[in-house]
Design a protein around this ligand. Sequence first.
Ligand code: OGA
Ligand code: NI
Length: 369
Amino acid sequence: MDESVVKGTATQSGVDDARIKDLKAFDDTKAGVKGLIDAGVASLPRIFIRPPDELVEELNLGYSQAEVPVIDLSGIETDDQRKNIVDELRQVSEEWGFFRVVNHGIPSSVLDGMIDGTCKFHEQDAELKKEYYSRDQFQKVRYESNIDLYRSRVANWRDTMTINLLYSNEVVPDELPEICRSSAMDYINHVTKLAETLFELLSEALGIKVDNLRAMECARGRTFVCHYYPACPEPDLTLGVSRHTDPAFLTILLQDHIGGLQFLHDNNWTDVPPIPGGLVVNIADLLQIVSNDKFKSREHRVIANRIGPRISVACFFIGVAVPEKIYYPAKELISDETPPVYREFTVGEYMSNFFSRPIDKSGLDHFKI
Ligand code: OGA
Ligand code: NI
């Protein structure tokens, strides 16, 4: 091998050309990471291996055993209990940005059905699944491996089926893959109702008009990303999802029993273990912006695991995808002491920023004043 390659001093373009060729070959299989496992791959192809600086940094990272808060939503109909829940939500949204909810009203059978439907989608006949393989963000249902495959420094050990209800938010059953249609319909309807409730409570917690976030139609534009993380032969060398914050107001995440999600709390990676029947909720970038940094959108990632597959379904509540719509920090939260941290921007600018950067680059910096 050329000495400059060994020393890592090869010209950038030479290294990039080889990588792009590998990425393209992987993408062209339309079989994702699961396709590699099915083909018996026992060590990681180089596109998945984290760069040396990241692997070194990993050794110096802090970990915490802190327990992610759990919010019990039962009794929300009574005034007293509702007030307690709003107070708890305010505290966890300011200090943690991540929490788990229980007694949220979605039956376990609906949650299990969505996990099962996602698994079935990814494990169906590879030729049938290929028909959905696409990187067209406007397609209602698509499947791909790594949304930022050609923009990121390293590929993640994960495949994703996306149901995009952003541009036309009506759910038309016939447009969903048959293999998971009824379970996805059920879950989508239930989780959207839960999000509407959470947006009301979060408005109250923020101290902006009770119906403000709901009136902004935060729960209308939705994207469901249904992930499949195959068992990984060398989990220390790669990640299931690189560190990132979510491009939305709020994310509700359904995960199976395997675990692997971590978020940065006080600069320490902190596990978000699954609770049977529970859901994970995290504040995402747009809510941090509208709340003028009061609520925190925390970086998170998923580590790779020797066992698998792990299934998770993240629902991003993104708001109305009208390109001209303008977002800005809520006027009620701006004062001489708390000047706006972000400028006004359009949904169009927000979307094009998301689709032009790797997921591990901040989605907030671009809009800071
Ligand atoms: C995401 C995400 C976490 C998970 O899709 O943005 O952070 O556990 N997923 O799959
Ligand atoms: Ni995320």
